[in-house]
Structures are given as C-alpha cells and as structure tokens.
Design a protein around this ligand. Structure first.
Ligand code: CLF
Ligand code: SF4
Length: 502
C-alpha cells in the first residue's frame, strides 16, 4: 500500500519581498480563520472544504453509499454522480455501508491527513437515509477522530435535522440554486414528494421551502452549513447574489458558487439543449460580488462521490474493494499516528496565524501597480513544489500592492505523459500544451518547481512568463515577490484612471 505524507514546510522567517507577506497568510488564508470563535475554528481548521488554508494540508474522502435521488436537476444524468457536488461524467463504485466502513478505515490508516469523511452521492444521501446513517453511525463509533460531512439537495433535510445532530455530523452542505420558484422551475423539472411526482413551479416551491427550513434547523443546532450553488448563465447567475445574502442572513457559514458543467455527451438536459457554463471570468466576478455578503469557497474541485485524497487529487483506485480485501486495520494504532500528523500540521498553521501580517500599501493613497494573475503548480503544503509538466491543475492567485489572494484553480491535462498528443487531440489539431495555455488564459506568470524547454517557449510566446526560481517557497510569499519584481521592472504601471486608491 502506498503511503503519502505531505511535507510540513517550515514558514519562512522573512519574506524578503517587501510586499508584506511576512507569512504565507498574506492577506487571506490563515487570517480568514482568526476572527472566528475558538469553537468554530476548531471545527473548520482541519476541514479541507471549509478552510482554504486547510485544503493545502488535509484530505477528505467520500464513500458512495447513496444511489437514489428524490429530485431531478437539469444538469444531472443519473448514470453519473450527483452533480450538486460532482463533475458530471464520472461514475462512482457503489458501496454497502460495511464496505464503506472498511474502506474508510483503510484510507484513514494509510493517509493520516484524511480528516473528513463525506457522503455526497452518487444520488442524494438523505434520499437513502438507512444507508447513509448506518455508515455514519458505525464510523462515529469505530473512528471517532474522523469528521463527518454530508451534502444534500435539502428536500428531506428538515425530517433528518435531528438525526444529523445526533450523529455529530458537524458539516452539512445544501445545494441551493435559487430562492425563487419561477427560477427553480427552470432548474428542476420534478421532485418526488409525499409519494408522488410533482412538477414545475410547485415542485421548486416545495424544494426551496424545505431547503430554507432545513438550513434554519441545522444552524439552530450548531451545525456548520455550507451552501453550494451551481451558476447557470442566463438562468440563476443574476439571482445568486440574492441567494448568498439570504443564506448568510440565516446563518450559513460559507457559500460555494460552482460552475455549471454541461456537455452534450453527458446526456443532461442542459448539455443536450446547449446551455453553456460560465467562463472563469464570469465565475470569479460573481464570487467577488457575493463575497461582499459572506465567506466564499473558491477552492472547490467538484469531486466525485468516491473521491479520496487532497482536493483535486483522486486516489480512489488505490483503495478499491479488491485492493483492501483481507486487510486488517489496527485503528487504535492508526489513531496515534494520525494524531501526531494532525498535531504537527495544526501547530504549523497556528504559528502562521500568530505571525503579524504587514500590509504594505496600507495608508498609501496611490496604487502603485495593477493586479496580476499568477498560476502556481503545487502538490500541497502551500509551497511551489510541482513540475509544470506534472500539474493536472494550477492554483490561481491575484497579487496587487495590498495583498495576495487565492481566486481559484484551473484544471488541465497532464502535459508530461510521454506522448505529446493523443489521437483525439490530433483530430482536433490541439495538443495538451495548447489546452493548458487556454486554461491559463488571463494569467501572466506560471510559478512551478521546474519546467521544460518546449513549454517554456510556448508560454513565453503566449505572453505568460514561466518562473522556476521560487521552487519550494511558500506560495503567497513567492507570488508577492514576483509581483514586486514586475513592479520594479516597470511592467505594472496602472492606467491613470485606476491609480487613485479608493
Ligand atoms: Fe465532501 Fe463536500 Fe463534505 Fe467536502 S467535498 S461532502 S464539503 S468533504 Fe469539497 Fe469536493 Fe467541493 Fe464538495 S471540494 S465538491 S465542496
Ligand atoms: Fe442529480 Fe444530485 Fe440533482 Fe439528484 S440532487 S438530480 S443526484 S444532481
């Protein structure tokens, strides 16, 4: 069995950037938790979805025990996983609860950074209450150090709010795409409710009522609620700001606006009808607008219902039932090892939080340079530690003279596969590198541990500067340093109209 330990990277003593990133918490991540009451912080600091900083260090896993669903979303094809939390187009291996327990214990022993077990499909967990709660119940007893998490469409949430609280399921995600039944009718063709199928506006009205009631009940019980919304251009994009405001007012902790993925080959209604998803710029603009109202999640990877590992990583195949068959896990011993790993990571994050963050530019009235988007290749640990050719995704940061902020990720294919093109690419006349360049649109710099000669030249020709000089450095410090270098070399003059700081 392969074990994976992410390095605990010591925080740099000084940034040397002059930009004020005295810690890797430049402006965002560790700071984002420090205002929270201790009890809440303890609940989120090692949850990779609820804390952006934690997702660099901690992993999650899903067990696909919930096959049925009680509603229809126009972006879902039931052959695939629940698209409220998953990418359409992937199918998870369905597990019985006892198989799910065995798999969870095996993963927890092998991947001590795995802190959270979620049930997110392949259908709706609360449309399969026996299987879902049997799994949670058993796991709470046998692996009390694992956080439990569930993601639901919310239709049956009020019915199960007590049971959720009883099983110490501290994190619940509700997918809320609208609070207006007229809009809902364009997203949900039907629901199954009270032993019958209900369609149209009436169906959406019931679903919305149940979601809102469920949200209120969970918040009243002290459960942390995250709201997912699928951004569907022309349907609910303009409406999601209202959704954000309302769910925040009702006590939701975090809002995760995810892009619609609609491809004709997935066989979904939207896919077949040619409904487009948002561009990265549209998604970011909406997330920024909603951010005025509440904390936004920007690091969601739309995982599959049997995902295992760090967000964006899929180690599920290492723990298939045949691979863990006959494996006996000494969970008492595993818990000792897991605790040591968690304590080490937590101490590092706490040390980062304690470091003062100097905001260079604060108090100044003139903006010295324009913002720059930079893409980063990393395997985790908050450091630049990945070869360009090994990256399946890049994290994107925006740097300016006030701070560095994480704004999302861009998925790409593996460039370094040994073959530069596959037959499909040749038909389209497009290489993996072409697609990577498209995915990096808008970025001006790529920071990676190393990069080959050919991609270096192609990136430069596309106006993206490759940079391997900050290998193994904390991401935000390196991004800040590169921004400062660009400023000093005169590349960042802000247009006169934008120079005055508000
Ligand atoms: Fe899983 Fe979801 Fe819990 Fe996370 S995923 S049930 S809250 S443990 Fe996370 Fe994956 Fe995005 Fe979900 S990155 S799809 S938000
Ligand atoms: Fe599909 Fe999930 Fe919607 Fe059910 S709730 S229809 S499984 S996307």
């Amino acid at each position: 069995m392969k074990h994976s330990f992410f390095p605990i990277v010591p925080a740099k003593a000084e940034s040397g950037t002059g930009l004020g990133c005295a810690s890797s918490g430049c402006g965002s991540a560790p700071d984002a938790l420090s205002h929270l009451p201790d009890a809440i912080r303890r609940k989120v600091q090692d949850h990779p979805c609820y804390s952006e900083q934690a997702h660099h260090y901690f992993a999650r896993m899903h067990v696909a025990v919930a096959p049925a669903c009680n509603i229809q979303c126009n972006y879902c094809n039931r052959k695939f996983d629940c698209a409220n939390e998953s990418r359409p187009g992937v199918v998870s291996e369905l597990l019985e609860p006892d198989q799910a327990i065995r798999k969870t214990l095996a993963v927890a022993a092998a991947v001590p950074q795995m802190t959270v077990l979620g049930i997110a499909g392949p259908g709706d967990p609360l449309a399969n209450p026996e299987r879902t709660f049997a799994t949670f119940r058993d796991l709470a007893e046998r692996a009390p150090d694992i956080k439990l998490c569930v993601s639901t469409n919310g239709l049956r949430l009020p019915e199960f709010a007590d049971e959720i609280a009883r099983h110490s399921i501290d994190h619940v995600t509700i997918t809320i795409n609208c609070v207006d039944p007229e809009i809902g009718a364009k997203i949900y063709p039907w629901i199954y409710w009270d032993h019958r199928r209900i369609r149209g506006v009436e169906a959406a009205r019931i679903l919305i009522e149940q979601q809102q009631k469920g949200l209120e009940m969970l918040v009243a019980k002290g459960v942390l609620v995250k709201v997912n919304s699928v951004m569907i251009p022309g349907i609910n994009d303009a409406h999601l700001k209202k959704v954000s405001k309302l769910v925040k007012a009702k006590g939701a902790f975090l809002h995760n606006v995810m892009p619609l993925i609609a491809e004709a080959e997935h066989g979904t209604y939207y896919g077949v009808m040619g409904q487009r998803g948002p561009t990265t710029a549209e998604l970011q603009a909406l997330q920024d607008e909603c951010a005025g109202d509440m904390a936004m999640m920007r690091h969601c990877r739309q995982c599959r219902a049997d995902a295992v590992g760090m967000l964006g990583e899929d180690r599920g195949s290492e723990f298939s039932l045949d691979k863990i068959a006959g494996q006996e896990v000494d969970y008492e011993a595993a818990m000792v090892k897991r605790k040591a790993v968690h304590d080490e990571i937590t101490a590092k994050l706490e040390a980062q939080r304690q470091q003062p963050v100097e905001k260079v530019g604060a108090g100044e009235t003139v903006q010295r340079g324009r913002p720059v988007l930079m893409a980063v290749a990393t395997t985790g640990g908050s450091v630049i530690n990945q070869h360009f050719g090994h990256a399946r995704e890049f994290l994107v940061y925006e740097a300016n003279d006030m701070d560095v902020r994480f704004i999302g990720h861009r998925k790409t294919d593996l460039y370094c596969t040994g073959a530069a093109t596959c037959p499909e690419d040749e038909i389209r006349g497009e290489s993996v590198l072409d697609r990577t360049l498209t995915a990096l649109a808008g970025c001006e710099v790529v920071l990676c541990a190393k990069i080959g000669y050919e991609p270096w030249g192609r990136l430069e020709a596309a106006g993206i500067q490759p940079n391997g000089e900050h290998a193994m450095e904390p991401i935000e410090e390196a991004v800040a340093a590169v921004w400062r270098e660009m400023l000093d070399s005169g590349k960042l003059a802000a247009p006169p109209a934008t120079q005055k700081r508000a």
